[in-house]
Design a binder for this molecule. Sequence first.
Ligand SMILES: [Zn+2]
Ligand SMILES: [Zn+2]
Length: 374
Amino acid sequence: MADYYRTLGVPKNASDEEIKSAFRKLALKYHPDRNPGNKEAENKFKEINEAYEILSNPEKRKIYDAYGEDALKGAAGGPGGFSGGFGGFSQQGDFSDIFGDVFENFFGDQMGGRRSSSRRRGADLKYKAEISLEEAFNGAKIEIKYDKRSSCKTCGGSGAQSKSSVKKCPSCGGRGRVQYSQGFFSFTQTCPKCGGSGEIISSPCKDCGGLGIVKEKSSLNVKIPAGVEDGSVLRVSGAGDAGEKGSSPGDLYIEISVRHHPHFERDRQDLIYELPLDMADAALGCEAEVPVIDGGRIKIKVPEGVQFGKILRVSEKGMPYANSRKRGDLLVRVKVETPSHLTSEQKELLRKFSESLKQQKEKENSSFFKKIFD
Ligand SMILES: [Zn+2]
Ligand SMILES: [Zn+2]
């Protein structure tokens, strides 16, 4: 008599969660897809399924605990067991739907969400691409090189050495699912022999070992749209790993990072440029040249008396908005620089200038006090 608890490696008082998690681990380990042609793994997989079907169902578990496995075979008896052939007494009841769903959901989770097959969708891949601010401004075409799993060219992804080595699975007759009975109920599940593919490969492809997938270097030309921001992620649909035996491939996600620029800081669509000005130009006002991201330089007017940190806005000279002709602004931030290493002549001029400032201030003060006293 089978000991279902021992089969799943859990204690008699195991919780539903423990049972489920033990089953998941074992089912994935012994899944026929992972052990092609391994008879022992196949049997083990059947045993695990059998144990789980009973222990995951509170009613059945109660009966099994009290009376043992035979009590569950009920009226059907004999060949209806899980580990026997999949014939026997068959009756479509509510339970079969519920069980079917449980099983589907479980493998749907694990194998990538396809209901009718356990073949996995290819994995999504990540790639980091670095571009310059100019490339982000103009848009760019970049070539990226990466490793991915591709469909094997030798066997066309089938995993078989030749067409004749692909045979209809004898267990499920090519349907990928099997129906079997247990007592009054009948259930369907993914065929454990072929793992749901409906096919058995007698001689696997030598290049890919029967997986239908090989690892290879891949390259791709990707268009980066103008205005892209640092940290944006582009998705290239279908450029990820190939799926198992013809199932859909994963996607490639390209994370864009925009390199630091020697002249410009970026604030979304605005660009910030710091303009150094000596104090005379700041005080008197001037015309200054500033670089622009389009290339080259433009002239801007700096008003007299401009203060440190003042921002002069040049409209429409920033980064483009995505899918739009609009552009952000160029923000010119004034940085007034105090002169150092002055000549004695310049120092003399500054002293005179300073003297003049003091006199001006005194005049202002005295007229201010005069007003108050008056
Ligand atoms: Zn192959
Ligand atoms: Zn099958």
